[in-house]
Ligand binder design. Sequence first.
Ligand SMILES: [Fe+2]
Length: 374
Amino acid sequence: MKPIQLFDPASSTYTYVLFDEASREALIIDPVDEQLERDLQVLREYGLKLVWAVETHAHADHITSAGRLAEHTGAQTAAPEACGIRTAAVQLADGRALHFGSQTVRALHTPGHTAGSMSYLWQEGGQAHVFTGDTLLINGCGRTDFQSGSAEALYRSLTQVLFALPDNTLVWPGHDYQGRTHSTIGAEKATNARVAGKTLAEFKATMDSLNLPKPRRIDEAVPANLSSGMRHDAGGALLMTVRAATGYAGDVSPQLAYEWWKTGQAVLIDVRTDAEREWVGFVPEAIALAWKQWPGMALNPDFDTGIRAAVPPGTKAVLLCRSGVRSIAAAKRASELGIEAYNILEGFEGDPDDQAHRGRRGGWRYHGLPWRQG
Ligand SMILES: [Fe+2]
């Protein structure tokens, strides 16, 4: 069985959907933001349940839809650990296997185009497939002149990792600008104009003399892709403004809270219960201090001591709960204790939508801010 190969004409990007026939579980590689509706339609048509949305690297030429796909389908996002995509739920190390149904895809670290770049190997029936991103293209390879690229590393990845695969392995590239769909390891080893029969020095000389223009969308795409395509800049001014409140310092957007926290102006305090963080997800490095706690959702008797200890003088506190209700109560109490305390609007999960599902209407997670599954 072959992967479903999808094409984005604006960026000449290939997206791949791999699935397990029996369970209908699927994995998508390098989904493109503008093609979200098409990809959801493909999943519906084939009757697939997406379980993984995977990146080969942090792209400079298009924005990923991985974050939004995950919100729509419940898939988990995964990205190479050295790409700095902190919103990805799973950070992939070399050799890591991803399972969907009875199928397995294995991550191969193939640095060079970027330091974190990975290829993905899929053994399906008797056929091996490798998804090479921008590491190996048909009769070409990705550039190495920006984004932590290295011609030496790319040469090693091509000649020692990818060309070590069996010759009949099918090569599925991240792009093609001439309508070609796939190749084989054997063909690329024999005829790839950049690398076939070239020494490292020859390869480096070629790569150094390409003089390619800067990608049109790099300044926009790379920052967005570092948060799985979830943008923090929509609605600019209002998002970064404190809204007045009574009884505590004010209401802030998740984005403003994140900025204060990351720049050391505020301490981030998660006031949900241990069980909620465990089941729904948590914000790495946030201080966990429940406002109420099971059993019985009684007020946490240690809240006052805990928040006094957590917030140094002169620092703000930004309080996060599920949807911004408990965090108001907690912010009021903190204010009584003399702390400059803010409520984070929408909380971790946002408000419920028409089907009573959370996570699709705002919230820390929806906006692509860092979090992890428990
Ligand atoms: Fe790339």
